[in-house]
Design a protein around this ligand. Structure first.
Ligand SMILES: Cc1cc2nc3c(=O)[nH]c(=O)nc-3n(C[C@H](O)[C@H](O)[C@H](O)COP(=O)(O)O)c2cc1C
Length: 169
């Protein structure tokens, strides 16, 4: 793929337009560098600690969660108006049970950064180095959000990644 470097904020509106649906691909490598892909509908892009940062929210029940706990990097690959069936698939099946990449015919290739994989055929790419994580705290959250999103008590962890590469294709 031919990558065109972009400032991390350059396509902010386009990225936000993919959320909460149909979403974007969060890719993280597991043991031996094997990537797993899950769909995310929530993310935050901005400046933290004087650095460009992408925050993604992952529930502990996700296979991705265990991988994120051990990983040093992750990527977000955002397709604009395409790959919607594959987004739905990666957002409903778990890498714990199947190799989603193979099962839905995704092409995943190495990113610019060592230890980062990205989903081919997308439009916007963010390669991130994990720098912080924190859990959503029940006591600190608006009551109706708890009811709406956390009846199962599966509180997200917010993983923050410093954006080391951002590009469009
Ligand atoms: C549009 C969409 C957005 C989603 N957003 C998130 C999200 O931001 N965080 C999350 O933990 N799960 C989210 N999910 C659910 C996961 O993608 C889903 O549970 C997936 O099967 C987890 O895969 P894994 O077990 O391989 O990690 C979303 C699903 C869809 C369809």
């Amino acid at each position: 793929m031919t990558r065109k470097k972009m400032a991390f904020f350059e396509r902010f509106a386009d990225l936000c337009g993919t959320m909460p649906q149909p979403g974007a691909f969060l890719t993280v490598e597991g043991p031996g560098g094997k990537p797993n892909v899950m769909t995310i509908g929530w993310a935050c892009l901005g400046v933290l600690w004087g650095e460009p940062v992408m925050e993604v929210l992952v529930r502990p029940s996700r296979h991705t969660f265990g991988l994120m706990e051990k990983a040093k990097h992750f990527s977000v690959s955002a397709p604009l108006g395409k790959l919607q069936k594959k987004l739905a698939f990666c957002g409903s099946r778990s890498g714990r049970d199947i190799d989603k990449i193979e099962a839905c015919g995704l092409r995943v290739s190495p990113g610019v950064t060592k230890g980062v994989s990205v989903v081919e055929g997308c439009d916007l790419y963010y390669e991130c180095e994990l720098v912080h994580k924190t859990q959503v705290v029940k006591e600190n959250l608006r009551k109706d959000f708890i009811k709406r999103y956390y009846e199962g008590e599966d509180f997200h962890t917010i993983f923050a990644g410093r954006i080391v590469e951002s590009y469009s294709v």
